[in-house]
Design a protein around this ligand. Structure first.
Ligand code: NAP
Length: 264
């Protein structure tokens, strides 16, 4: 029996088979969870429906997380299918492409800052409000995806780093708000992975090259590896863990200088 047997998970952020959310869906399904998915716009619907069917799900709902009305309608539709929810996965980020090129100071604009924070940070809180209402009386768990650029300056990551810092703070504040209701809130901070979102970051290829030079494990991480940790954090096996940022990055975040550099 899988460790997520009888759990119901809502997953937001599947755009392709390379999406981190898809790695999480695979791990959660393998461990026995029932899954529901959201998609941002109609263009993506057939694709997400096709992916959902391969993990035995026919719950695929529209939800642009920039709209409170769409979020409310999505949870209303979900409540029509499920009488409760155990897991929320938020695997969503957006910043205008021009914000992710060149130096932060030159690239940053008020509008870009607001858009990045609204979609990449506030949307987790917005989804948490709706999810928490469906988690009453259950040992609920919420999870979001973040990146080391929240803590350290990374060229090209720019305003997304600021939004991830806000997202990480919201993990802690949500964990505090929801702890008394038995709901846990955590994040996985993943190493760089080639996905659609990653392709929008200026210099991602070089960022990946730098990572591979320094990472103790000598290789990148996979969406399956992120998925396994996400599944664990959202399971009762992690019942004592909340407000944490858990790194799945091959150890890159803790390295000051690479041993491989000495060998060069
Ligand atoms: P991805 O496959 O492109 O997923 C990003 C998702 O966000 C897409 O499904 C996208 O939908 C969705 N999205 C954007 N704006 C939205 C909105 N307004 N409403 C609803 N959905 C919206 O890329 P990914 O790399 O898996 O990203 C997932 C998460 O992991 C993000 O938070 C990202 O920052 C984080 N992360 C990624 C990496 C990495 O290296 N890839 C590393 C650490 C953390 P559309 O395609 O329809 O826009």
């Amino acid at each position: 029996m899988g460790f997520l047997q009888n759990k119901r998970a809502l997953i937001a952020g599947v755009a392709s088979e390379r999406s981190i959310a898809w790695g999480i869906a695979g791990a959660m399904r393998r461990e026995g969870a029932q899954l529901a998915f959201t998609y941002q716009n109609e263009k993506l619907r057939p694709r997400v429906e096709k992916y959902a069917a391969t993990v035995d799900s026919d719950i695929v709902l529209p939800c642009d997380v920039a709209s409170d009305d769409e979020i409310a309608a999505m949870f209303e539709a979900l409540a029509g299918r499920w009488d409760g929810l155990d897991i929320l996965v938020h695997s969503i980020a957006f910043a205008p492409r021009e914000e992710l090129e060149g130096a932060y100071l030159e690239a940053a604009t008020r509008a870009g800052f607001n858009a990045a924070h609204e979609v990449s940070a506030y949307s987790f809180t917005a989804l948490a409000k709706g999810a928490a209402a469906m988690m009453e009386g259950r040992a609920g768990a919420m999870l979001t995806l973040t990146y080391l650029g929240a803590l350290r300056a990374m060229p090209g990551y720019n305003v997304m780093g600021l939004a991830k810092a806000s997202l990480e703070a919201s993990v802690r504040y949500l964990a505090q708000s929801l702890g008394p209701r038995g709901i846990r809130v955590n994040a996985v901070s993943a190493g760089p992975i080639r996905t659609l979102a990653a392709s929008g970051i200026g210099g991602f290829r070089k960022m990946m090259g730098f990572f591979e030079q320094a990472v103790p494990m000598g290789r990148g991480v996979t969406i399956e590896e992120v998925g396994n940790v996400a599944a664990f954090l959202c399971s009762d096996l992690a019942s004592g863990v909340t407000g944490e940022i858990c790194y799945v990055d091959g150890g890159f975040n803790m390295v000051g200088m690479s041993e491989r550099f000495l060998e060069q």
